[in-house]
Write a protein that binds this ligand. Structure first.
Ligand SMILES: [Zn+2]
Length: 213
């Protein structure tokens, strides 16, 4: 299926004509070039800064088991933390659409357009188990937990060795557990991000015991 005839899922106005694809975390052909550039470049820049910091300081960070966003962003930490999340909200929205996983992307679009954090998307930062000295990058399949046609949760991992980011969508009110570890959300944990266990890439989320299927 060609995506050229479709509208951008972020703005819903312009054709999905972004020529840029597979150069960042995800294929962005499902959005327009405006949304991929002018509309979201601040999000890309926030992640680029954080990613550089993580790669430069990863040995110390894994020894401590956490890192402090204010070391990267200083007085702008609250604002930039939201932008980091939105970078992954954009990438994840493109990936969900590309893989035909039926998550309603209107909430993704609304967050990106308004520049406010998506309430149902968390990030887990993890250290990969790839042996030292290997420079690997890896993008997992999306692990989906469904109830009938309704997507309860979707988890996707982007790894640029040794830094792995699991992007987790958890539908509000769905009877599922958060992934093991320390899901980070920019409005809940302001500065300190704890590392989560690697545990494979996107292990299925375990439904709560009271979920009856
Ligand atoms: Zn657009």
């Amino acid at each position: 299926m060609s995506s050229n005839n479709l509208l951008c899922w972020i703005c819903g106005e312009r054709p999905a004509d972004s020529a840029e694809h597979k150069v960042k975390a995800s294929d962005t052909r499902s959005i327009c070039s405006h949304c991929n550039k002018a509309g979201t470049q601040g999000y890309d820049e926030a992640w680029r800064r954080l990613s550089s910091y993580l790669h430069a300081n990863w040995r110390d960070i894994t020894a401590r088991g956490s890192f402090d966003l204010s070391k990267v962003f200083g007085a702008e930490t609250a604002k930039q933390a939201v932008r980091v999340q939105l970078y992954f909200v954009k990438a994840f929205g493109c990936k969900l659409l590309e893989d035909d996983i039926r998550v309603d992307l209107r909430s993704f679009s609304a967050a990106l357009m308004a520049g406010i954090a998506h309430p149902e998307v968390t990030l887990l930062v993890t250290s990969s188990l790839v042996p030292a000295g290997q420079m690997l990058s890896y993008e997992s399949d999306v692990s989906v937990l469904r109830n009938g046609d309704e997507v309860y949760s979707a988890v996707w991992m982007n790894l640029v060795h040794p830094v792995g980011i699991k992007i987790c969508y958890l539908k509000a009110g769905a009877p599922v557990r958060e992934p093991p570890g320390f899901p980070w959300h920019p409005t809940r944990q302001r500065k300190l991000v704890k590392l989560s266990p690697y545990k494979g890439d996107t292990e299925p989320l375990v439904a709560r015991r009271d979920l009856r299927i």
